[in-house]
Design a protein around this ligand. Structure first.
Ligand code: NAP
Ligand code: MG
Length: 478
């Protein structure tokens, strides 16, 4: 059985508790590895290592830090096949998707921040008799906590800017998908990242995660995950005055106007609904369609969705793999039941799938639901699975009202060829990210994050480097 260890001070270690947990392959429902179940002593040990490494790493030249990060990027790229297979087995996502998106993006994250740090500057403000200049220094030991949906992709999205800015890191991946974080630690060794600069703690959120939030030495927490856990972390960390960046849940509207480029919209909407089994915080789970187009869209969309092959993540032609865990599989099923109770009509999908030989895996057909009130629970709570609803609207104002009716505010997709409408709707939807005639088109320089219950703060580009540094202003009079 494969064993996944913590990574503390450059060493691969069991938890001091000697406890471990099962790691499950969701495509089969079988245990395939064991992962360390860490406690607060492990977090203390990781902190001691990170704290001892801080002096050296924060004083390492920008050129050298950049060189090591880019070396890590190169090594991730060279191990594409191994890492993609590990991600698919651990998470249930199609192997081709991990090869095309997850692992290349993990590499890009290191490459991007390895380069960005060489361009990161701070301000100066001059007056006739004085000058202010601002120095941005790393914070110290920081924590990065990431979810299971895009395991290595989001883990590296946090770690890379934290390290680039000169911090030392304690990182915790989700206990559900710990494998690629473990493999990354071997890559970091090979790339020459000094001992203690990155430490990885595995284990349960409420145990090792709480030990991180409570640790008085940790200066900042960058968290991506659910709104509920984000609020819990904030309740512990805010009174300790830790810096917090919270990237939380979403219930994103996909607003389709009748004047859109129909073929492109239809193709992209299938993807924005069901990519990664609908388990992307940016998926457009509420499809709002202008009434003129409603009947046509419904029927064309369902034809395409019925063609999506559900099954073995390792098969080339699989479009929808397994959901990540039994608990999540049951949660998604409970929402399909709720939709029925709320009066929804299932246009297609809604059933569990049992592919031959993989009967114990966690598969659900891509599900399309109509006839629900726009503000019912199914339409306002995050499901985070292969389930979308379609709702008609008559006017632009009504579309905006529907879009804004949830507590979430992460992203919105707009489909229209009317430039003025684009401006009006973008301005009035309460979200942090708007895509117009595209979806998940990412430029790593842009601010990424949500409003309302979707989070606090922004990641990406210089926003991330600002988060992971503390500005100090120095004023000199002459
Ligand atoms: P989650 O349950 O909130 O877990 C996220 C991470 O927090 C995991 O590593 C988890 O560890 C850890 N954790 C759990 N309890 C904790 C605690 N008390 N203290 C500290 N850490 C704790 O979220 P998830 O189910 O993994 O991920 C799905 C959620 O993430 C969805 O809501 C989705 O929208 C959101 N998400 C948001 C973004 C974004 O950019 N806004 C991106 C991706 C996903 P364990 O797994 O070991 O419990
Ligand atoms: Mg797993």
């Amino acid at each position: 059985m494969v064993e996944i260890f913590n990574y503390i001070n450059g060493e691969h270690l069991k938890s001091t508790s000697n406890e471990s947990m099962d790691v499950i392959n969701p495509s089969t429902g079988e245990v395939y590895a064991q992962v360390a179940n860490s406690n607060s002593t492990d977090v203390d040990n990781a902190y001691a290592a990170a704290n001892a490494a801080f002096e050296g790493w924060s004083n390492t030249s920008i050129t050298e830090r950049s060189r090591i990060l880019i070396r890590i990027a190169d090594l991730i790229e060279s191990q594409l096949d191994t890492l993609a297979m590990a991600e698919s087995v651990d998470n249930g996502k199609p192997l081709w998707l991990a090869k095309k998106v997850d692992i290349p993006r993990a590499s890009s994250n290191f490459r991007f921040f390895g380069n960005a740090i060489t361009q990161f500057a701070s301000e100066s403000h001059s007056n006739p008799n004085s000058i202010n200049y601002t120095v941005r220094s790393p914070l110290g030991v920081v924590a990065c906590i990431s979810p299971w949906n895009l395991p290595l992709y989001l883990f590296t999205w946090k770690i890379a800017p934290a390290l680039a800015a000169g911090n030392t890191v304690i990182a915790k991946p989700s206990e559900v998908t710990p494998m690629t974080a473990y493999l990354l630690t071997k890559i970091c060794d090979e790339a020459g990242l000094p001992k203690g600069v990155l430490n990885v703690i595995h284990g349960q959120g409420h145990r090792s995660g709480d030990a991180i939030s409570n640790h008085k030495g940790i200066k900042a927490i960058s968290f991506t995950g659910s709104t509920k856990v984000g609020a819990h972390i904030a309740s512990i960390a805010a009174p300790k005055f830790k810096k917090l960046s919270l990237e939380l849940g979403g219930k994103n509207p996909n607003i389709i106007f009748a004047d859109c480029d129909y073929d492109k919209m239809l193709k992209v909407t299938v993807n924005s609904s069901f990519a990664n089994q609908g388990q992307i915080c940016l998926c457009g789970s509420r499809i709002l369609v202008e009434r003129k187009l409603y009947d046509k869209f419904r029927s064309d969309f369902v034809v395409k969705v019925k063609h999506l092959k559900v099954g073995n993540p390792l098969a080339e032609d699989t479009k929808v793999g397994a959901l990540v865990s039994k608990a999540h599989f049951e949660k998604v099923q409970s929402y399909i039941e709720l939709a029925k109770e709320e009066g929804g009509k299932i246009l297609c999908g809604g059933n569990v799938v049992k592919p031959e030989g993989l009967e114990n895996g966690y598969y659900i057909e891509p599900t399309v639901i109509v006839d629900l009130p726009y503000n019912c629970r199914t339409n306002t709570e995050e499901i985070f699975g292969p389930v979308v609803t379609i709702t008609p609207f008559d006017t632009e104002e009504e579309a905006i009202q529907m879009a804004n009716c949830t507590d979430y505010g992460l992203s919105c997709t707009l489909w229209t060829t009317d430039l003025n409408k684009t401006q009006r709707v973008s301005k009035n939807v309460d979200v942090g990210i708007v895509w117009v005639n595209t979806w998940l088109n990412r430029d790593l320089r842009t601010p990424f994050g949500g409003v309302k219950n979707s989070g606090v703060g922004r990641e990406g580009g210089f926003e991330a480097l600002k988060f992971f540094t503390e500005p100090k202003n120095i004023c000199i009079e002459f």
